[in-house]
Design a protein around this ligand. Structure first.
Ligand SMILES: Nc1nc2c(c(=O)[nH]1)N[C@H]1C(S)=C(S)[C@@H](COP(=O)(O)OP(=O)(O)OC[C@H]3O[C@@H](n4cnc5c(=O)[nH]c(N)nc54)[C@H](O)[C@@H]3O)O[C@H]1N2
Ligand SMILES: Nc1nc2c(c(=O)[nH]1)N[C@H]1C(S)=C(S)[C@@H](COP(=O)(O)OP(=O)(O)OC[C@H]3O[C@@H](n4cnc5c(=O)[nH]c(N)nc54)[C@H](O)[C@@H]3O)O[C@H]1N2
Ligand code: SF4
Ligand SMILES: [Mo]
Length: 713
């Protein structure tokens, strides 16, 4: 029996794994465990998580593309010698930047750290980024700018329970983190849950029956909704002026920018009735601490962040929270709901293009000196910042004057072919590489394109740490042996480093890697220096709920709530920044008259690489689908259950139409969990937010057409 956490999302539900004696590994039995985020609850993905480990097509040996063009089993020596030899040759001929690395927010802290270190010290390439750019980059940019630090929830999730009101923008928590819904019970009882989503999602329905209010804006117009709410707060004298004076800068500019967005003007752009905006603004104000309320939380999810104005929208949400005097007060605050299992820790320890461990900036001379000393290298040997993910992917294999894109890519923990925006062009870029190496534990669509596939251990087969959506550092524990020859990435990176002649040490024991990570993070914003596996184990044995960073060596209790005294900015005040609405990059137009929004469904996880291999989940949601309103269906001749095609400027996708009145009639919704002709990322845009580099997954313009019966398979 091992106490561990679910392998999937950032809620990191506590669970125990038992392996019946005599049974093979995947027969492990999951049982929920008391942990503050899930309190004994699990979703269907968590319950069935162990079965993926025994998937019939689990990768158990390295694969190398042979002369026949097929991937064929190879020994570890053959595969690693081949990879190291080709990486060395490319670097010698074209320079170190000719090799690129793509990481993932599902990797443990130890693996993410080792990957960043490997890129900077062995490959010496600036070209490393990761799938968190698709996920948390806008929230991170907005929080860093306003608060000087980015911890998704700067308070324990349980704090939500006491609030009078929760404003949830672009998050479908009831499907993406079901056990977290219990933390909304308090605000629902008090009639204070406000959900903003163009769909009447499962989460939006939680606001029915007097539990709160659902606002359904035109996709991509949340910034206007937020400016309208701020306008009402200011116009009706509901702002917390003493707090604004004592704890913020920039309020005057922000107030001026909101003055131009009176509710009726907002209604014209967002479609949200002006009276609803007033009602919500008053509800939030009456629950806010300055008016004697129980407290308010403003929370954002991918629905508002995966946008070319994602950072601006997060900034507007933070401005609203600051105007109400919420951040840095017990019982109130602003937070962004981190997505991937280690989406928080994965964005702290150096797999981000501009980052060194401890959430340090790679262009900061003091940070370079500190981390280089831990790694035993010359600070001047460390590369500078690289390109954010979408730009990096676009540059792969590109050859033109003055533009020599990477020729090799190592992928660790992402299934780009399905999950990257404008995916058809990503496949073209991957195919133009001299060498594609994919580490995975199942043959994902991306692995199937690779020249070399390296089988890894995952989750219940390894020790490590993860950092939950609240910045709580927790232990992942090994319960079973990995099948066949699957090896940990820590070992793979060490073996490649050795073959590439590096003198830098790459320990393979996760506890030792963590010790080094802790030293490298010391003094940085995400300081783990007071932590070790032993300390985390001891804390859990005393039924401590994990430790929240920063945990500097001098403050071993950790920091559940940030900003209570000051923000992490030079002057200690939160920075308010005026922002304005520009609209999506790909707005509806003749030829593409319908908004397409994308997202998730409870039973499937991300690219589906894992959940499509779980029979129970596959049975519940067996095929890709598109949600549309019957009014739109009638108008376009797309009946319920028929096959429908969505066409954008990038390409087309086909799926089964599902009629529902839970969506705006000018909008269709499609989850992104499928590959091939059902992969919605064939039509999404790869336009990005100018500050965060985050792609605009959530909104694009499509033409919606029925697929004639004879053409539909
Ligand atoms: N079942 C399941 N759970 C998951 C995951 C998964 O793949 N499957 N992935 C995990 C990860 S990595 C992440 S990042 C989280 C994501 O968690 P969420 O952010 O909750 O998930 P999404 O479904 O992507 O988007 C949320 C909502 O945004 C809405 N939306 C779309 N466009 C707009 C808009 O313009 N404005 C507003 N206000 N809303 C809009 C969609 O209708 C959708 O209901 O989930 C995590 N949990
Ligand atoms: N249209 C649209 N597209 C989206 C989104 C959206 O809302 N709409 N959301 C975006 C978001 S928020 C995210 S987070 C991305 C996620 O999309 P991806 O980055 O594709 O995420 P996963 O499908 O989880 O892929 C992770 C892969 O890593 C493997 N893996 C798991 N553990 C390990 C490990 O320890 N080591 C290695 N080497 N491999 C491992 C898994 O088997 C899987 O193949 O998708 C983005 N794409
Ligand atoms: S909510 Fe997330 S962490 Fe919890 S069981 Fe489901 S997928 Fe796992
Ligand atoms: Mo994500």
């Amino acid at each position: 029996m091992a106490d561990t956490h679910c392998p999937y999302c950032a809620l990191q539900c506590g669970m125990s794994l038992a392996v019946p004696s005599g049974a093979a590994g995947p027969a492990a039995v999951v049982s929920p465990r008391e942990f503050p985020t899930n309190r004994g609850g699990l979703c269907q993905k968590g319950w069935t998580a162990a079965s993926v480990l025994g998937a019939p097509d689990r990768l158990t040996t390295p694969l190398v593309r042979g002369a026949s063009g097929e991937l064929e089993p190879a020994s570890w020596d053959e595969a690693l010698d081949l990879v190291a030899g080709r990486l060395a040759a490319l670097a010698a001929e074209h320079g170190p930047q000719s090799v690129a690395v793509f990481g993932g927010g599902g990797l443990t802290n130890e693996k993410a750290y080792a990957l960043g270190k490997f890129a900077r010290t062995v490959l010496r390439t600036p070209n490393i980024d990761y799938n968190g750019r698709f996920c948390m980059a806008s929230a991170a940019a907005g929080m860093n700018r306003a608060f000087g630090v980015d911890r998704g929830l700067p308070f324990p999730l349980e704090d939500l329970g006491g609030a009078g009101a929760v404003l949830l923008l672009g998050s479908n928590l009831a499907e993406t983190m079901p056990p977290a819904v219990q933390h909304l019970a308090g605000s629902r009882e008090r009639g204070g849950l406000v959900v903003v989503d163009p769909r009447r999602s499962v989460t939006a329905r939680l606001a029915d029956d007097g539990a709160g209010i659902h606002l359904a804006p035109v996709p991509g117009t949340d910034l206007v909704v937020l400016l309208g709410l701020l306008h009402v707060i200011l116009a009706e004298g509901l702002a917390d002026l003493p707090y604004l004076g004592a704890r913020t800068t920039g309020f005057e500019d922000v107030a001026r920018s909101a003055a131009a967005w009176w509710p009726e003007r907002c209604e014209g752009v967002s479609g949200v009735p002006a009276d609803d905006l007033r009602r919500v603004a008053r509800l939030l104000a009456s629950a806010s601490p300055s008016r004697g309320g129980r407290g308010v939380y403003v929370l954002t999810g991918r629905g508002v962040e995966q946008s070319t104005q994602g950072t601006a929208t997060v900034t507007a949400a933070i401005n609203l929270a600051l105007a109400l005097g919420l951040p840095g007060r017990v019982g109130s605050g602003y937070g962004a709901i981190t997505g991937q299992g280690n989406g928080q820790g994965g964005r702290e320890h150096g797999q981000k293009a501009d980052q060194l461990p401890g959430y340090r900036k790679i262009d900061d001379p003091a940070a370079r000196a500190h981390v280089a000393a831990v790694w035993g290298v010359d600070p001047d040997s460390l590369p500078g910042p690289g390109k954010p993910a979408v730009e990096l992917l676009r540059s792969l294999g590109r050859r033109s004057e003055g533009d020599d894109g990477p020729r090799a890519l190592l992928v660790h923990g992402s299934n780009l072919v399905v999950s990257a925006p404008n995916a058809t062009s990503v496949v073209e870029r991957l195919q133009s590489l001299d060498l594609l190496v994919v580490c995975d534990f199942v043959p994902s669509e991306t692995a199937l394109l690779a020249d070399v596939v390296l089988p890894v251990t995952q989750w219940a087969e390894e020790e490590g740490t993860m950092t939950s959506l609240e910045g709580r550092v927790i232990r992942r524990r090994k319960a079973l042996e990995a099948p066949g020859e699957a090896r940990s990435e820590l070992w793979i990176l060490a073996e490649l480093a050795r073959r590439l002649g590096s003198a830098v040490a790459f320990p393979t024991d996760p506890a030792v890697v963590f010790e080094e990570l802790a030293r490298a993070s010391a003094g940085g914003p995400a300081d783990y220096s007071g932590l070790s596996h032993a300390r985390l184990d001891a804390d859990e044995a005393e039924s401590g709920p994990g430790l929240f960073w920063p945990v500097p060596a001098g403050n071993p209790a950790g920091t559940p709530r940030l900003f209570l005294e000051r923000f992490a900015t030079p002057d200690g005040r939160a920075r308010m920044v005026a922002v304005d609405h520009a609209g999506p990059s790909d707005d509806v137009r003749p030829g593409a008259p319908v908004h397409l929004v994308t997202g998730r469904v409870l039973q499937h996880y991300q690219s589906g690489a894992q959940t499509h291999r779980v029979a129970d989940l596959e049975r519940l949601v067996p095929e890709p689908y598109v949600e549309l309103h019957p009014v739109l269906g009638f108008r376009l001749g797309v009946t319920d259950g028929a096959r429908v095609r969505l066409t954008s400027a990038r390409g087309w996708v086909e799926a089964t139409a599902r009629w529902t009145d839970a969506i705006r009639p000018d909008t269709v919704f499609m989850p992104f969990h499928w590959s091939g002709s059902g992969s919605v990322n064939r039509v999404t845009t790869d336009a990005t937010d100018p500050i965060s580099g985050m792609p605009e997954f959530k909104v694009c313009a499509v033409d919606v057409t029925p697929v004639p019966l004879e053409a539909a398979r």
